[in-house]
Design a protein around this ligand. Structure first.
Ligand SMILES: [Zn+2]
Length: 479
C-alpha cells in the first residue's frame, strides 16, 4: 500500500516536471530571437539595400521590423508578420531610401527588432549607430582632352573630394583601377617620397618610386586625394564605348565623370600565316603532351584547339597575373626594345591562317615579335617586380614583370628563364634567353605590354616623346 502511494507520488511529480519542461521548452520558451545584419551597417548612402538574418530557435518568428531614427523621430522601413508559429529563420533584404524616409546627412540609429511565438512574446531589439552620407564623391579631372590610339594606352589623373572604396576608369565592360598618389588617399598605397634627393645624383632604383613629386603633397586641399589610373583603349572600340571615371564611397554613393578623349585614327595590318604539315609535326605533339584531350587527334584539329580555346585560356591566365600589382610607379623613362632585333610581327596584326589554300583560323597579335640571334639575352624593359615565370600555352616559357599601377610587360617563347617570382629587376636586367617555345615557328621574343591584363601597343612605351607627353607631364602636374 505504502509502496503504491510513493509510486503514485513519483509518477505525478514526473508528470508535473515533464509537463513543465514541455511547457518551458515550447509554448512558454524564454529564448529571444536572434538578429544579425550583413555587411557594413555603419554608413547609409542615398539608397541602401540592407540584408538582415532573423532567427528564432523556439516557437519561431512572429514579427520582425527595421526602422531608422534621426532627430528623435522613428521612421519605419519595413515590418513583416508571420501568421503562424514555426518560421525558424528568415533572411530579409530591405531598401532604405533616405529620400522617402526624409533623412539628412549626419548620425542616425538603425533599429532591428524581432518577436517570437512564445507565450511571453520574447522580443529582441538591436540598435546600431549609422551615419547618413548623401554626398557623392566629387571627381576633378586634372587633364584636358586625351589623345588616344585604338589599342593604345592612356593615363588619367584626378582628385576626389572624399575617401572611396572603389575608383578607376570604366572603358565599356573593362575596369581599370585608380591609385592614390597623395596622403589623403589610402596611406598604404603611397609612393616613398624623397623630396630632398636631386634628380641626377641618384641612379633609379627599382622598387622605389620613379616619379618624384615636385610639390609636397601637403599643399593639396584638406581631405582631397590625387589619383592616377592607366587604361587601355580596345582596338575594336565603337562610338558607343563609354569612357568614364568612377568613384564609389563607403555609403554606396557613386559618381561617374566622362573622360574627354580624342580617338586617333590608327590602322592595323593584316597578315597571312601559311600552315604546313611540317609546322604541325614540329609543334603540335608538344601541346598533345600537356593537354590529354588532344592526344590521338588529327594535328590539324589540335592546331584549331590550340589557336582558339588554348589561346583564350592563356589570355585569361595572363589577366589573372595582371590583377596583382604594386600600387605605385616602379618604372622610369622609355621601355627598352630588344637590341638589334628585327620586327617580325606587330601589335594588332590581324592574322589569317591558311591551310591548303583555305582560311582555317584567325587571331589578333597582341604583342610585337622581335628576332635577333638564337638564344639572345632577354632584358627587362624597365624596373619592376617579376610576377610570373613559367610556361603559358601558346606563349611558351614566359616572364611577366609588374611596373606598378597595373602596367606589365610580357616576354614569351623563351628557351631559358633566369628570373624568379617576387624578384625586383632593373631596366636591362637579363630575364632569360630567347627561344621558340609555345606556338613559335622560329627563335624570337614575343614582347607584350598590358594594363591590368589588357594588351596595348608596346610602341608607345618605347617612345620617349609619347611617354613625356602622355605620362610624365600628367604625373608631374598631378603632384
Ligand atoms: Zn608574337
Amino acid at each position: 500500500m505504502k509502496k503504491g502511494f510513493w509510486q503514485m507520488v513519483g509518477f505525478v511529480t514526473l508528470l508535473v516536471a515533464g509537463g513543465g519542461a514541455w511547457f518551458f521548452l515550447t509554448v512558454g520558451e524564454w529564448n529571444g530571437p536572434k538578429i544579425a545584419a550583413e555587411g557594413d551597417t555603419s554608413v547609409i548612402g542615398r539608397q541602401k539595400v540592407l540584408t538582415v538574418a532573423f532567427s528564432d530557435a523556439g516557437r519561431g518568428l512572429r514579427r520582425v521590423s527595421v526602422a531608422v531614427t534621426q532627430d528623435n523621430q522613428r521612421r519605419p522601413v519595413a515590418t513583416f508578420d508571420y501568421p503562424g508559429a514555426g518560421v525558424g529563420q528568415k533572411s530579409l533584404s530591405v531598401t532604405i531610401d533616405t529620400a522617402v524616409l526624409k533623412l539628412h546627412d549626419g548620425p542616425a540609429t538603425l533599429t532591428l527588432t524581432a518577436e517570437d511565438y512564445s507565450l511571453w512574446k520574447n522580443k529582441t531589439a538591436i540598435e546600431l549607430p549609422v551615419t547618413i552620407d548623401l554626398m557623392p564623391p566629387q571627381i576633378a579631372q586634372l587633364n584636358s582632352t586625351h589623345h588616344i590610339n585604338p589599342g593604345g594606352s592612356c593615363l588619367v589623373t584626378y582628385r576626389l573630394s572624399k575617401p572611396v572604396v572603389r575608383t578607376g576608369v570604366q572603358v565599356g565592360d573593362l575596369f581599370f583601377p585608380g591609385y592614390p598618389l597623395t596622403p589623403a588617399g589610402q596611406s598604404a598605397a603611397l609612393p616613398a617620397v624623397q623630396p630632398a634627393a636631386p634628380p641626377a645624383a641618384q641612379p633609379p632604383v627599382a622598387g622605389q618610386t620613379a616619379v618624384q613629386p615636385s610639390v609636397p603633397p601637403t599643399t593639396h586641399p584638406v581631405g582631397q586625394a590625387t589619383y592616377a589610373a592607366y587604361f587601355a583603349l580596345p582596338m575594336d572600340l565603337t562610338k558607343d564605348t563609354k569612357i568614364a571615371l568612377v568613384a564609389l564611397d563607403q555609403a554606396g554613393n557613386e559618381t561617374l565623370s566622362g573622360i574627354p578623349t580624342q580617338i586617333l585614327n590608327k590602322k592595323y595590318r593584316s597578315d597571312k600565316m601559311l600552315l604546313s604539315d611540317g609546322f604541325f609535326n614540329q609543334k603540335m605533339p608538344e601541346f598533345q603532351a600537356t593537354i590529354p584531350e588532344l592526344r590521338g587527334k588529327p594535328l590539324f584539329d589540335v592546331f584549331l584547339h590550340v589557336n582558339t580555346v588554348l589561346r583564350k585560356q592563356n589570355l585569361l591566365a595572363i589577366q589573372e597575373v595582371g590583377k596583382k600589382t604594386e600600387p605605385r610607379v616602379l618604372w622610369e623613362g622609355p621601355f627598352l626594345r630588344m637590341k638589334n632585333a628585327a620586327p617580325m610581327a606587330l601589335f594588332g596584326d590581324h592574322r589569317t591562317y591558311l591551310y591548303e589554300g583555305k582560311q582555317v583560323s584567325e587571331s589578333i597579335h597582341n604583342g610585337v615579335d622581335l628576332a635577333s640571334l638564337v638564344q639572345a639575352p632577354i632584358e627587362a624593359a624597365n624596373h619592376g617586380v617579376v610576377r610570373f615565370t613559367g610556361p603559358i600555352g601558346i606563349y611558351g616559357n614566359s616572364v611577366i614583370v609588374d611596373h606598378g599601377l597595373g602596367l606589365m610587360t610580357l616576354y614569351s617563347h623563351m628557351s631559358a628563364i633566369q628570373a624568379q617570382v617576387g624578384q625586383t629587376v632593373k631596366k636591362g636586367d637579363v630575364l632569360g634567353k630567347s627561344g621558340m617555345t609555345g606556338l613559335a615557328a622560329g627563335d624570337h621574343l614575343h614582347f607584350g605590354v598590358a594594363i591590368h591584363g589588357q594588351f596595348v601597343d608596346p610602341k608607345e612605351w618605347w617612345d620617349p616623346h609619347w611617354i613625356e607627353d602622355n605620362v610624365t607631364k600628367k604625373m608631374t602636374a598631378a603632384y
